[in-house]
Design a protein around this ligand. Structure first.
Ligand code: SF4
Length: 320
């Protein structure tokens, strides 16, 4: 090899060495099932023919680079839409760095979201200890009034049980008995960001209303609940609000991150801003109906609203 301890080459000089070129060639022919040059040329020529053009235009459905992200990313966006809520991801911190970066880039805002940073030992012994410390530290440091927990693939693959872990965190005194910690299992090897958004909303509605339905009556608060779904264009929330107000409709948006993701650039950092309040969620079963703006992606939420709140939960025709 042209490399030695006394002669370490950086990338380009190394790539130009014959033994590097040879090793790359061997890798291609031996392991990458690469086609010979003639075959590649033959196919390229075929793609320039009318026969290929005809086949190409005959395609009925095609998605190139579908916009599909993973479930906890959707869960984080959903959680950001609730007042003083800290999204918390049980799993590996690299995943959470990706969610934050993704949202930073899109919204041009800092994104408050924590992880309990499971590593190798948690993958072997389970992540309960991480959750004990994570919940306690997150409350002490960031002072949220609700923590919404979702999971990454790692926690899901080893089968961590959020309900049990959160219950044990209360029992062991890491969090107060009544501190709200709704949760959603969000394995990314099924579904997508829209599924995760739906599961998180289902988890939040379940947490605040499932065992508190006795004094609820459909229509008694005269409001309409709106479920926006995974919506990243903040102007859309404002348009929805403006339209409802113009029609004099009293409403509750179930998840509204339009304030926290669009805070003024005045030098003051606002970790929590706006959002749907816990009281609004508790009152939501009293609404006349809940309208789902992304009905095909809000399957769990819709099932819960129909089954537990006894509202029609009508799907909206798209586009409205
Ligand atoms: S490991 Fe799973 S949760 Fe993490 S970024 Fe990848 S798909 Fe998402």
């Amino acid at each position: 090899m042209s490399q030695s301890v006394d002669n370490i080459k950086p990338s380009y000089p190394l790539f130009r060495d014959n033994d590097y070129k040879e090793s790359l060639d061997n890798k291609r022919t031996m392991f990458e099932e690469c086609h010979p040059e003639e075959k590649i040329n033959e196919v390229f020529q075929w793609t320039t023919t009318p026969e290929y053009q005809l086949l190409n235009f005959e395609r009925k459905a095609l998605t190139i680079n579908p916009a599909k992200a993973c479930q906890p990313l959707g869960a984080v966006l959903c959680a950001l839409g609730f007042e003083k809520t800290l999204p918390y991801v049980h799993g590996s911190q690299g995943c959470v760095a990706y969610f934050r970066t993704y949202f930073n880039r899109h919204f041009k805002e800092p994104i408050a979201c924590v992880s309990d940073s499971m590593t190798e030992n948690a993958a072997v012994f389970g992540g309960q200890k991480n959750m004990f410390d994570g919940l306690k530290n997150a409350i002490a440091l960031y002072k949220p009034e609700m923590i919404a927990v979702s999971t990454t693939c790692m926690a899901e693959v080893i089968g961590d049980d959020l309900n049990a872990f959160i219950g044990n965190s209360r029992k062991e005194g890491y969090i107060d008995e009544n501190f709200p910690v709704p949760f959603a299992h969000t394995p990314s090897f099924v579904g997508s960001h829209t599924t995760g958004w739906d599961s998180m909303l289902d988890g939040i509605l379940r947490y605040f209303t499932l065992n508190d339905m006795d004094n609820k009556e459909v229509g008694s608060n005269g409001k309409i609940n709106i479920v926006p779904g995974f919506e990243t264009y903040l102007g859309n929330y404002r348009v929805i609000r403006r339209m409802l107000e113009a029609m004099d409709v009293d409403y509750t948006l179930l998840s509204d991150p339009s304030e926290v993701l669009d805070t003024p650039a005045d030098g003051e950092y606002r970790m929590y801003e706006g959002g749907t309040t816990m009281d609004e969620v508790r009152d939501a079963p009293n609404a006349i109906d809940t309208l789902l703006l992304q009905p095909w992606q809000s399957v769990k939420t819709r099932k819960f609203i129909k089954g537990t709140w006894n509202q029609p939960a009508n799907a909206i025709n798209i586009p409205m």
